[in-house]
Design a protein around this ligand. Structure first.
Ligand SMILES: Nc1ncnc2c1ncn2[C@@H]1O[C@H](COP(=O)(O)OP(=O)(O)O)[C@@H](O)[C@H]1O
Ligand code: SF4
Ligand SMILES: [Mg+2]
Length: 327
């Protein structure tokens, strides 16, 4: 069943040169228990997409379109409704776990605060739940961890505590924004395994945001790739990663360090992503695309369905991948 349905989402931010759309006509959905990965280079609008779902856009930021969560429209909700929803129905973790953790408060105070506020639990019941949560996220010796402060833990352990906090009120959706970007590769893998396990155990839906497509390969059911605020390709994870059809996705995947390319130089996409307020017209990727034709700069650029649930926004060259492999 669909839990989250985002339709035609546009996020407008105030910049020094006027208003600009950081997210443009974005549509996607997420079923209960499903893991969606959103990928794209820095500045492509991934975080603004997440913040618009949480009702946490920056000052003067505006969202339009529709965000339907659990059968209800949430866009334009009151502050009070968003406050109730955050933590209780949708939780978010960030690249830096200290964004959600307070350095001066014990883990117990922080973990139980949510449960006592949202679920009206007694102090001892909240402590019991906190112990179980720390066990779920595989913190060794949960009882002493409760007495400690976040600064006493390593980055990976702090992220586990932030995940425990995010799970405290049993939300239906967890949004993880670059949750492993600041961590060593081995620690990263542990956090990703943990997210996967939590999804399986709790039938939790997870939206994981990353600039590193490699993070998504073992974790996600489906993937959405963004460029300059818009979708360029989306589809089932395995299919998209093994057979990307959009030249931008192909470039991102070709740049991944992979076993099949061992010993070869990694490729990269030439040029830089455009700045907000300066997105090229039509297909915003056209200045960097090796397949670009004149019509690529003329809007609208419509979706082409490649197969069931897999679409790309590139009318010119939807099967470029085949051509690249043959050449
Ligand atoms: N508070 C803000 N005011 C104006 N522009 C912002 C603000 N925060 C982010 N941006 C810009 O919005 C665009 C999208 O940002 P973001 O969603 O954070 O990208 P991503 O998460 O994909 O790296 C970027 O160009 C970024 O510089
Ligand atoms: S629409 Fe044109 S510029 Fe954009 S990805 Fe396709 S071929 Fe390249
Ligand atoms: Mg971001």
């Amino acid at each position: 069943m669909t839990l989250l349905n985002v339709s035609d989402l546009t996020v407008t931010l105030a910049t020094s040169t006027g208003d600009a759309d950081a997210v443009r006509n974005l549509s996607f959905s997420l079923d209960g228990g499903e893991i969606l990965g959103i990928a794209g280079e820095s500045g492509s609008g991934k975080t603004m997409t997440a913040l618009s779902i949480m009702g946490l856009l920056p000052y003067k930021g505006k969202a339009s379109g529709s965000i339907n969560f659990d059968g209800k429209e949430v866009l334009g909700s009151s502050k009070k409704k968003y406050q109730h929803m955050r933590g209780k129905e949708i939780s978010m973790i960030f690249q830096d776990p200290m964004t959600s953790l307070h350095p001066m408060l014990t883990v117990q105070t922080q973990l139980t605060e949510h449960m006592r506020y949202h679920d009206k639990m007694s102090k001892s019941a909240a402590r019991e739940s906190a112990l179980k949560l720390l066990d779920t996220v595989k913190i060794p010796d949960p009882a002493s961890a409760l007495r400690a402060h976040p600064s006493q833990f390593s980055g990976g352990m702090r992220q586990r505590i932030a995940i425990a906090m995010a799970l405290a009120c049993e939300p239906k959706l967890l949004i993880a924004d670059e949750p492993t970007t600041a961590l060593d590769v081995t620690v990263q893998a542990g956090i990703l395994r943990l997210l996967h396990q939590i999804r399986d155990e709790r039938n939790l839906s997870i939206m994981i945001i990353t600039h590193d497509l490699g993070v998504l390969s073992s974790l996600t059911d489906k993937i959405l790739i963004m460029y300059a605020g818009s979708e360029v390709e989306s589809g089932p994870a395995r299919e998209l990663l093994s057979n990307p059809r959009h030249p931008y996705s192909q470039g991102l995947i070709a740049a991944l360090p992979g076993a099949s390319r061992e010993g070869k130089f990694l490729t990269s996409i030439d040029g830089m992503p455009p700045e907000l307020g300066n997105f090229p017209s039509g297909c915003a990727f056209h200045p960097r695309c090796g397949f670009a034709e004149d019509r690529c700069s003329v809007p609208p650029i419509d979706a082409t369905v490649v197969s069931k649930g897999h679409r790309i926004y590139c009318p010119v060259n939807p099967f470029a991948h085949d051509r690249v492999e043959q050449s």
